[in-house]
Design a protein around this ligand. Structure first.
Ligand code: T4K
Length: 361
């Protein structure tokens, strides 16, 4: 009989009774959405936990990026990383802006800060870097470029809950950060996301944008949409959040174990985590050649283990939805990178098995 499949990740879930207890209140109140008490509780507790001043919960991470673009009223070109999930691109496009792809640093896998300025034109309105796999970008360098050219900065911080820059939450960097609370993230609400901005005016505006553009009197005062989170999702987030410290510590230990156990292989290397503090949310392995990756994937799949090719292909290569612009480093790394299973309930024996399979060339 085949063993249970091991996927790239599994949601970190609080004990069911803790979730059910919160749901009882939802049933009693009969309030399911529209900025209910649990959404407010989640926002307050999450802001406290992450040590950020302001946080607006929304329906998913893609909507969080769109709300950020709407909030800054951007119209034009947005320079973003070619090495990201398609949602970064689709959010920019949904807001009628144009993504301009910047290549990445081959070591950190984040936007190459030395390649941003050459992409700036009179149409550029913002930079949207991605903290790839939770590894903080070179925020100071990006801020310097943005200031010099009077550009806004939105961080796609979908992976970055718990990541830090200069000892503080990386989510407070830039004009707005957009994060994800999807099932696969370190804190999850099933589907969900959040916008973080230290600017109180932007924070209030984000709240209105999420709620069709209504103000308190229900007048339409912004160009908004429906980006609301439900009480059922917020309840899940509140229950799960209590286990965040355990989840992040567990990830770090497993990450370190993987790295140490695979470091003897001369055909793989790892993402460089040199700026700030990563949250170790993914464990990507960069192979020397795509054939070697495909071979490793095949061997793992044979044992019912399913790593994922995040991100493949490089988003500048999605020719159906974007205008292709070559980004050599991102394209090459996309073909050679594989994220190995990493999650709270993953057993050490399972990690050892994965290491063993990868070590047998
Ligand atoms: N920006 C960046 C840089 C992003 O990476 C993302 C999303 C976004 C923006 C947008 O945020 P959201 O709008 O999604 O909040 C996943 C996630 O769906 C996506 O959230 C994530 N990034 C992306 C990197 O990965 P898939 O298609 O690979 O996920 P899926 O559903 O196949 O899940 C992966 C594995 O996890 C499955 O094989 C099994 C396991 N799993 C998954 C789910 C959903 C479970 O065990 N339980 C579950 O409920 O995209």
């Amino acid at each position: 009989m085949k063993s249970k499949p091991i996927f790239v990740t599994q949601p970190s879930l609080a004990p069911l009774d803790e979730y059910v207890n919160l749901l009882k209140g939802v049933w009693e109140r009969g309030i399911l959405t529209h900025n209910g008490p649990l959404v407010c509780q989640l926002e307050n507790q999450l802001a406290k936990k992450l040590n950020v001043k302001n946080l607006v919960a929304v329906s998913n991470g893609t909507v969080a990026i769109q709300a950020a673009i709407k909030c800054l009223e951007l119209k034009g070109e947005i320079i973003t990383s070619a090495f990201t999930w398609v949602a970064t691109v689709s959010a920019i496009k949904w807001e009628a802006c144009t993504p301009i792809f910047c290549d990445i640093d081959p070591e950190t896998l984040n936007i190459d800060v030395n390649s941003i300025e050459e992409l700036i034109t009179e149409k550029t309105v913002a930079i949207m870097p991605v903290h790839v796999f939770g590894n903080p970008c070179d925020v100071d360098a990006i801020e310097k470029i943005a200031k010099k050219h009077k550009l806004k900065v939105i961080y796609d911080a979908a992976h970055a809950i718990g990541s830090k820059y200069k000892g503080k939450s990386v989510l407070e960097c830039g004009d707005i950060s957009a994060t994800s609370l999807h099932a696969t993230k370190l804190i999850n609400t099933g589907e969900g996301g959040a916008c973080i901005s230290v600017d109180d005016k932007l924070h209030e505006k984000l709240k209105r944008i999420r709620f069709f553009g209504h103000n308190q009197a229900k007048d339409i005062v912004e160009d908004g949409f429906n980006g609301k989170m439900t009480e059922v999702h917020a309840a899940l987030g509140i229950a799960n959040m209590n286990y965040f410290d355990d989840v992040i510590n567990d990830r770090k230990q497993k990450y370190m174990f993987y790295q140490k156990s695979l470091s003897h292989l001369d055909f793989v290397r790892f993402q460089k985590l040199n700026i700030g503090e990563s949250n170790y949310s993914y464990f990507p392995v960069i192979f020397d050649r795509e054939e070697r990756l495909l071979d490793a994937e095949k061997k793992l799949n044979k044992e019912n283990i399913f790593p994922r090719r995040y991100f493949y292909p490089s988003v500048n290569e999605f020719k159906k939805i974007v205008k292709y612009r070559e980004c050599k480093v991102s394209e090459s790394i996309s073909r050679r990178i594989l994220c190995l299973p990493l999650y709270y309930t993953l057993k050490m024996s399972q990690i050892k098995l994965i290491v063993e399979i990868l070590s047998n060339k």
